[in-house]
Design a protein around this ligand. Structure first.
Ligand code: ADP
Ligand code: MG
Length: 243
């Protein structure tokens, strides 16, 4: 359902993605691990054109983008079917919890207010924050803010959700509540790419684990293959360091 072909991205002289090929099935949960500075965030950002890739193809079902001759309308469609959860939540500070969730429905999907509100209420319930619906982000804990961030990403019913280290800015005691929400999405067969440094979580939730290093996918396999029986030297070395 999702195909990334030969994706390249450089920042001036720094080659960050060196030809990423990746196919993801509908409902698949893919965890991406690897050292910092390796291009994991850039990969996610290129998949929804927050960064413009230099070269390559992105296919999401019937939407087929080739960076060579991409149109504005294709980028707009791409952003409708992908949604990103950021490390630092990126909530609108001057909007309440519920407004943060229905904003993309009204702005991106042009939905009417009543309908958007109904969806947002349903999502607030799913992320366990119905009682906080009229609260502003500054009055929420980091874990609650991130659950709103996930809710906002869910609201547009994307074909794929992209998580960029969703728990790395959180105090340890708040990580669990956010992982629980992601677990719930995995159980409902939401297609996801999750960049994470939570190895135990990746092992538990992912159908497939990808190890990235130096702008390449170095090794991939089931959680059992990658965590219990890695083949590549760099994977072995990385896992030794994070254990
Ligand atoms: P990761 O998420 O694996 O830690 P990133 O994708 O964030 O890695 O970054 C990969 C490399 O690209 C790093 O060296 C980073 O400094 C660089 N980089 C990322 N974004 C930019 C940017 N907008 N401009 C210049 N360099 C960038
Ligand atoms: Mg990153």
């Amino acid at each position: 359902m999702i195909k990334i072909k030969n994706l390249h991205k450089s920042f001036t002289k720094l080659e960050v993605l060196r030809g990423i090929d990746l196919e993801i099935k509908k409902g698949e949960v893919v965890a991406v691990i690897g050292p910092s500075g390796t291009g994991k965030s850039t990969l996610l950002r290129c998949i929804n054109y927050l960064e413009v890739p230099d070269k390559g193809e992105i296919e999401i079902e019937d939407l087929k983008i080739n960076t060579k001759n991409v149109t504005k309308e294709q980028i707009h469609r791409l952003r409708k079917v992908t949604s990103m959860v950021f490390q630092n939540y990126n909530l609108f500070k001057n909007k309440t919890a519920i407004q943060n969730i229905f904003e993309p429905l009204i702005v991106v999907k042009k939905m009417d207010y009543k309908k958007a509100e109904k969806i947002a209420l349903d999502i607030l319930e799913k992320v366990g924050l119905l009682d906080k619906k009229d609260i502003y982000p500054s009055k929420l804990s980091g874990g609650q803010q991130q659950r709103i961030g996930i809710g906002r990403a869910m609201a547009v019913s994307p074909k794929i959700m992209l998580f960029d280290e969703p728990t790395s800015a959180l105090d340890p005691e708040l990580v669990g509540e956010v992982l629980d929400v992601i677990r719930g999405l995995a159980k409902n067969h939401t297609t996801m790419i999750i960049v994470t440094h939570e190895m135990r979580f990746a092992k538990e939730v992912a159908d497939r684990v990808i190890f990235m290093d130096g702008g390449n996918i170095v090794e991939q396999g089931s959680p059992d293959e990658i965590f219990n029986n890695p083949k590549n030297e760099r994977t072995i070395e990385f896992l030794k360091q994070v254990k």
